[in-house]
Every structure is written in C-alpha cells, then in structure tokens.
Design a protein around this ligand. Structure first.
Ligand SMILES: [Zn+2]
Length: 235
C-alpha cells in the first residue's frame, strides 16, 4: 500500500476476524439480489415479517438472563394503568431521576421521598426508608415474615402465594402492584406539585387502592375499609 500505513488494510487479519469474515461470507452465500423489488423493512421476529407487540415482548424475554414475572404483573383483576406501571418498573424503565441523568440531563439525584439516597426504581419502590412502612403494613396484613429482595423484578417473582383462599390469593398477588402505584403517584405529587409527604396518607391510599379493586371482583368483599382489613387477616 502506498502513502503510509493504514491500520484497516495493511495488517493481516487475526483469527477472530477471519472467523467473523467467513461467517459473514457464508451468510451472503446463496443470497440473491432481486433487482426489480424495492427494499423494505422486515421484522425478523415473526414469520410474516410484520411487527407485533407480542413478538417484541417474547424477544425481550428471550434475551433476559432471569425470568420475567409476567404472570405477577398481567392480572385481569388489576387496572391496566397499575399493570403497566409495574411492567415498566420491572424492566427498569420508569422515569426515575437516575434514568433522567442517563439521558443526558444534568441534575441532582435525590429521592423525593426520603431526601437521603439517590432515586432509582428499586430504591423508590422497595428500599426507601419512607416506603418501608407500606411493606411492613403489607406483611402484617397477610401475616408473613419476609425480606425484600434487591429488585422489583425479584420481588414480584418471590412474592409466592401460600395456602390461602382463592379470593385472598388474588388480593395478595395484586398487593405489591398497589404499593408500587401508590408510591409512584405520591412521588409524582412531591416532584411536580410540591406536595408534602405523609406516611398516614400513603398507608391510607394503598389500602383504599387495594380495597376499591377487590370490591370489583369479589362479590362478598367487605363494604368498609375496617372490615376489609379484618377480612384480609381472617385466614
Ligand atoms: Zn428514598
């Protein structure tokens, strides 16, 4: 080669590059270029080449090193907005301050709830000192002794159902999602409406959220909040 050394072309390929080149040429071998047909975008996750949300979801799940708690999120007896938020949180895509920073915004990261630690989705929904009270309430309602895992995803996967009645089981399965939703709404009020944090209000909002949905799918669900709490602890 004239005119100086070019690192791209003047050296011999190493073993890995040779292997990659052979794979690439092997892939091209046998392909034909169809001159009269315009190029189109093809979605390779479906046989038809047409995009579908289901195929995207399956592809994401296949790449995920640990299993995804789909059945712990997509429950028909939980409102879609609560399901969707839990789904976002489990993928780590809810827009907490750490994600905003990763997107290039220069701002201080401090949890709106405790004002002590950095805000991440796992801190906000599980480990924040102000939020612990909701989890302790949940454990006492269902009479369990439990240690919260590190992440939202592991928490949903681990929230196993013990031998409780079918109706209680539905409420119990939905309960962590109602905590997530309650905390997220409270966090947004603090962030955007300059609200003040109130632990009593948080607990009340969580219980009302759980109760109001239980009334929709359990015919004999108690009609007062106090009776509902008693009913949860009745097994
Ligand atoms: Zn916090």
């Amino acid at each position: 080669m004239q005119g100086g050394w070019n690192p791209c072309f003047s050296r011999a390929l190493n073993d890995w590059e040779v292997e990659e080149a052979e794979l690439f040429l092997g892939y091209l071998h046998g392909k034909r270029v169809l001159g009269d047909i315009d190029d189109t975008v093809v979605w390779t996750e479906t046989k038809s080449g047409i995009f579908s949300a289901k195929s995207l979801y399956l592809a994401l799940e296949a790449d995920c090193p640990t299993s995804f708690p789909s059945s712990c999120i997509w429950m028909v007896w939980v409102q879609p907005k609560i399901n969707f938020f839990a789904w976002e949180a489990a993928w780590g895509k809810a827009l907490t301050l750490d994600l905003v920073q990763k997107r290039g915004w220069s701002l201080a990261n401090r949890c709106f709830m405790c004002m002590e630690k950095e805000e991440t989705i796992n801190h906000l929904l599980l480990h924040c000192s102000k939020i612990r009270v909701l989890w302790e309430l949940l454990f006492s309602l269902f009479g369990v002794s439990w240690v919260l895992p590190c992440s939202v995803r592991e928490t949903l996967l681990s929230w196993q159902i013990s031998s409780v009645g079918k109706k209680h089981r539905k409420v119990r399965r939905a309960a962590p999602l109602h905590i997530f939703w309650t905390v997220w709404k409270a966090r947004n009020r603090l962030a955007f409406k300059d609200d003040k944090i109130s632990i009593q209000k948080l607990k009340y909002s969580f219980l009302c959220s759980l109760w109001s949905e239980a009334k929709l799918f359990i015919v004999e669900c108690p009609q007062t909040l106090v009776n509902f709490i008693d009913w949860l602890g009745s097994l």
